[in-house]
Write a protein that binds this ligand. Structure first.
Ligand SMILES: C[S@@+](CC[C@H](N)C(=O)[O-])C[C@H]1O[C@@H](n2cnc3c(N)ncnc32)[C@H](O)[C@@H]1O
Length: 398
């Protein structure tokens, strides 16, 4: 990912360049560590860059939460700041690549596009964590009457598959660079034929990042039409047993579960090929949806209304994760910009499908930076708690 290593410099001098900068909007200093953050508007996108001092140099790099899909935007922004700040660059990897610039975004959808989405096909299938995209591309080619929505959190994989879609001239794939666990709530009820979850990771090390969970199962059954299937394929004994426990748990009372061992599919991903070479067992667990679900109607407003920065807010916010009934809120990092603006990096929402966002609070207004969370019921509950905690009354008791 693009970054710059530069000779250490006095970051307070950035403030002097802000007024005449083409792309910078603010500088904020961490209250917990010695890193800083700058707000950028470039190429029609808003994002953050991080400035981290290291013993011998200073690193300027992208911010994970607000990273734009087009890598060239990050490279361009890094190039502009290095010039505007007159930095001595020690090393960098920001040469603009033409192939990446040419990437068409026709098949790329943002999560917020799904708030008012018109689907071009009647049949929809979803693939969670498509990785190299071999299975997704194969399915789309074989089933031209179905729209395939591929979800992948790893941005370079999403970019690679977008290129492949163009090269192969496929019309029926959308790629979404977003957490699949949150995405499902954006879909209407009873619209999906299949949900593929092939070789999800991780299982052992980071349980909070598991795709399969009781709430994922519940959402999958809501979006699948009657007769549609959630299809898990895994090489992990642990994941297999954990999934069975989840699928037979109380979240969905009526399911039809089918199990297969070492079944060959028409297409083998690179990841699967590795396990096959090692003669590992592969398990398939299919969960068939037994009935249609009710349509879900959510009235969600992610505005912060009257919330504004008031003196000392940073001291009133708890730094520890706060657990409430069915969700949590964690103010992970605080950044201060001038005397009356606070940038809060926070995690919140459900335990198995958390959101990571920044909130920008000035003495005039408050908003999510860059975009509001996904419109899920649990995010809305967490949002209301955030409003309460960020307002004077809420923080008074923390
Ligand atoms: C082991 S790879 C398997 C890739 C592919 N399905 C295959 O069979 O080769 C798991 C993929 O899932 C992605 N992933 C993990 N959690 C995800 C989530 N919550 N939403 C979307 N993608 C996710 C990872 O980035 C990774 O590319």
């Amino acid at each position: 990912m693009p970054h710059l290593k530069v000779t250490p410099f006095d970051t307070s001098s950035i403030d002097l360049t802000l007024a005449k900068s083409d792309i910078l909007t603010f500088r904020a200093t961490s209250l917990n560590t010695d890193d800083e953050i700058v707000g950028v508007v470039y190429g029609g996108e808003e994002f953050l860059l991080q400035i981290k001092p290291t013993p011998n140099d200073t690193l300027i790099k992208y911010d994970k939460v607000t990273r734009p899909l087009k890598v060239n935007l990050l490279k361009g922004a890094l190039d502009i700041v290095s010039k505007e700040w007159g930095l001595e660059v020690l090393s960098s990897n920001i040469a603009i690549s033409n192939t990446k610039a040419a990437l068409s975004l026709e098949h790329f959808k943002k999560i917020e596009d799904f708030e008012e989405m018109r689907y071009p096909k009647e049949k929809i299938s979803v693939e969670v964590g498509f990785g190299s995209g071999k299975h997704l591309l194969y399915q789309a080619e074989q089933n031209p009457d179905t729209l395939f929505i591929g979800l992948e959190i790893h941005t370079p994989s999403a970019q690679q598959v977008l290129k492949q879609i163009e090269l192969q001239g496929l019309e029926n794939i959308w790629v979404v660079n977003y957490d699949a666990r949150l995405f499902l709530e954006m879909l209407p009820s009873n619209v999906c034929e299949q949900i593929f979850v092939h070789f999800p990771v991780p299982w052992d090390k980071k349980p909070h990042r598991r795709v399969i969970s009781p709430s994922f199962l519940e959402e999958s059954m809501r979006v699948l039409r009657e007769g549609g299937r959630l299809e898990l394929r895994t090489d992990s004994d642990n994941y297999y047993w954990y999934a069975l426990e989840t699928f037979f748990g109380p979240a969905v009372p009526k399911t039809h579960v089918e199990i297969r061992k070492n079944e060959a599919l028409e297409v083998t991903s690179k990841y699967e090929a590795r396990w096959l070479r090692q003669e590992k067992d592969i398990y398939d667990v299919y969960v068939k949806c037994q009935e249609n679900s009710k349509e879900r109607k959510l009235h969600i407003d992610f505005n912060f209304n009257a919330v504004k920065y008031t003196k000392g807010l940073e001291n009133r916010l708890s730094k520890k994760p706060m657990v409430f009934d069915g969700y949590f809120v964690h103010f992970e990092r605080l950044y201060k910009s001038g005397s009356d603006t606070l940038l809060v990096k926070c995690a919140f929402g459900s335990f198995d499908r958390p959101e990571h966002k920044y909130i920008l609070i000035s003495n005039k207004s408050c908003r999510y930076f860059v975009l509001p969370p996904v419109k899920t019921a649990v995010n809305y509950e967490a949002h209301q708690k955030l409003m309460e905690l960020l307002s004077n009354e809420g923080t008074a008791n923390v």
